[in-house]
Design a protein around this ligand. Sequence first.
Ligand code: ATP
Ligand code: MG
Length: 399
Amino acid sequence: LADEFLKAEPVIKSIEEAGFEAYFVGGSVRDTILGLPIHDVDIATSAYPEEIKEIFNKTVDTGIQHGTVMVLDHGEGYEITTFRTESTYQDFRRPDHVEFVRSLEEDLKRRDFTINALAMTHEGRIIDLFDGLQDLENHIIRAVGEADERFNEDALRMMRAIRFASQLDFSIEEKTTIALKKHASLLKKIAIERIHIEFVKLLLGKNPKTGLQHFMTADLARYCPEFDNYMSELTNMAYLDSIKLSSEAAAWSLVIHVLKVSESDISHFLVAWKSSNELISNVQVAIRALNSILDKTIDRELMYETGLELLLTANEIATIFNRNIPIEILESDYEQLPIKSKKEMLVNGGQLIKEVGIQPGEKLGRILATLEHQVLMEKIPNESTQLLKLAERLASELD
Ligand code: ATP
Ligand code: MG
């Protein structure tokens, strides 16, 4: 058993000693069987939240309304969730209410896919009520029970199906695929933030092509923000063979590039997807750099403004089209910039005010920007006496 499970063993044992059942469930069980690294271990139990809180000294109510209590043990936190069923989904999004139950089977039944409906005891024995092990072995995503019903209950599961197909490089079982097509329009009911998360996981997965193919053939794309105007470009994207992406900014930069969204429309497009301001700004910067890499006009000013991280992001997209700069060259060109940011300048505004007597204001800003540019272009060394002298000259010229 992986360390993460061994560490949590005493927690499970304490629950069992109090007379309840407790199991590892969800992604960690799936990933460990696949031999993948695991992130967080989720524990499910027959004990009710109040009962869990009686067993352990230190707990935090992280999601008590869904039955989740965080138990703190030896500096680690473990999410313990009471077995539950979810009933009467009226708006295709969230269960009306959760009902706590004592039966593991009931809990596993409400999970999305067979590979996510496995439970594991602290000794490592797998409980497999829906042939999830066989599906894991055959690399298949299959809804638990009737796919039709399951997508009807919660339409986000459709996005989860295609993101797992990409992340794990699995295929989607036939009835589940048919249900995707049938219920695609229910995606309209799902909060865009949640679709966003799944779509990014899809793009960052091992086989985005598989996920994107389902995204298009099931017509899920049509029910996502902005995408209905770009169906043919998205289809092109679904045929790209070499998508390999390592960040959310890279994922969206690829989308923006393939869909040919103009620089002035990037913000509007990403706002429609409920993106953070930070993401929007990173994509704008990366796209500018990407265009300059593609048309071979990249220069040191743009490298400086972009920064290494987003340069590598842009280059990642260029790589998909075999038009990248070799990474060693990009990195060494960047390393050779005399300064990497304003902060590395050996004079600052305060000094110019005190030592050259320039008043704070627009003129000061212009002088600082000129100094920065001169240093970047190696017209002058980054050295304070020389910079102060130049500042003095600029100040008198500007008077
Ligand atoms: P990841 O590696 O992305 O965390 P995961 O399988 O752990 O994958 P989570 O979103 O963390 O996914 O959910 C944990 C478990 O909860 C899933 O394995 C699944 O059993 C269940 N689950 C999560 N979301 C749903 C859903 N929308 N419908 C049904 N079951 C779900
Ligand atoms: Mg998880």
